[in-house]
Design a protein around this ligand. Structure first.
Ligand code: ZN
Ligand code: ZN
Length: 350
């Protein structure tokens, strides 16, 4: 067959040259449904239906009649027209932090639309004999907004040898679900792709391609992704941070690690725990970022307040050393110079 007729056939189906058989069949079903004389009474419908069918037959069945030297050139020009296996299929693989780090066995539920088996994707089934149209009860007319109009279901005939497919409710598609057991190896970083050979959705009669599962992290109540690093926020009583008490930090896997924070830490501080974070492309695991978040006591009792007063009294008189920022603020805005040894020193007013 001449290359030009194949090109025309692709264009009649609204496809780019080289479309795979599944795409050709899908386009044919869609167009054939639209232009079928039983469904479309327009003057050009019959001719368009004939063109679409001829294009489908040529591309799928090879057209039969005209073979010759052009055939060879045509096949060489379109090597993609006959792939040896179906396309790969990409899906997201949602993992918890622990599953990504330590691996897991997952049962994936993959659903995607497939042409309905009952009606071959057309949404219509052919009845053994014509039947009175249920929509217009055989009259060929239905009540429209401005009086009686032609019944679209039977094309005004009042009877039809076709009916909407019950299996897919006329949509031509059904959502096919399949379950797949996948062993997720340890060391999945976000974006890492797991290739499961030969498990893509089959297309036509071709051997299926590979299923590509792209790792994504599920939201976690404790661990968060900050850029590429795993982060955990740990609230710590301010006085424990100031005194330098060891802090217990949760790490992935349900364990904890004891972290020493240098005494005198009063602001939010980030430490890194090497080897406790997410898997790295280069192997091993990255650092877990630990954000120590100072928290202040609430609902203080009398004894707590007395203890705080004693602390305040113990620190009093050394503001210049203990609170340099406060001392500078007071000097700038209140005209106070830092107090020393409890001796008041104040600029004279006026
Ligand atoms: Zn009807
Ligand atoms: Zn169906």
């Amino acid at each position: 067959m001449p290359a030009s007729s194949r090109t025309q056939a692709y264009s009649a189906l609204g496809l780019a040259p080289g479309a795979v058989p599944a795409e050709i069949k899908r386009a044919f079903r869609r167009l054939a449904m639209h232009w079928h004389p039983d469904r479309n009474a327009g003057a050009e419908a019959a001719e368009r239906f004939r063109q679409v069918k001829a294009a489908h037959d040529l591309l799928i069945r090879g057209g039969g009649a005209d073979t010759g030297p052009d055939d060879v050139a045509d096949d060489m020009a379109e090597p993609d027209a006959a792939p040896v296996r179906g396309p790969d299929q990409q899906e997201m693989l949602w993992l918890t932090v622990e599953e990504a780090i330590f691996g897991d066995v997952q049962v994936l539920e993959l659903t995607r639309p497939e042409p309905c088996d009952e009606c071959d994707g057309t949404g219509r089934i052919t009845l053994a004999s014509s039947r009175m149209c249920a929509c217009c009860r055989g009259s060929g007319r239905v009540q429209g907004r401005h009086g009686l109009v032609r019944c679209d279901v039977c094309g005004g005939r009042g009877y039809s040898a076709e009916a909407a497919c019950e299996a897919c409710e006329g949509s031509g598609e059904r959502r096919a679900g399949r379950k797949l057991r996948v062993t997720v190896p340890a060391g999945m970083w976000p974006g890492r792709t797991l290739r499961v050979a030969g498990k893509a959705q089959p297309v036509g009669d071709l051997p299926p391609g590979d299923l590509l599962l792209v790792c994504q992290l599920r939201l976690h109540g404790l661990f968060a992704l900050r850029g590429e690093a795993l982060e955990v926020r740990v609230p710590v009583p301010l006085f424990a941070l100031l005194a330098g008490e060891p802090v217990t930090v949760p790490v992935p896997g349900g364990e904890t690690v004891c972290v020493e924070v240098p005494a005198g830490t009063a602001v939010e501080t980030c430490l890194e725990l090497p080897g406790q974070g997410l898997p790295l492309r280069s192997g091993g695991r990255g650092a877990l970022h630990v954000v120590m978040q100072p928290v202040l006591p609430e609902a203080l009792g009398k004894t707590d307040i007395a203890a705080l007063r004693a602390l305040q009294a113990a620190l009093a008189g050394r503001e210049a050393k203990l609170y340099p920022a406060l001392a500078e603020w007071r000097a700038t805005w209140l005209g106070m110079t830092p107090r020393k040894s409890g001796k008041k020193s104040r600029k004279k007013a006026g």
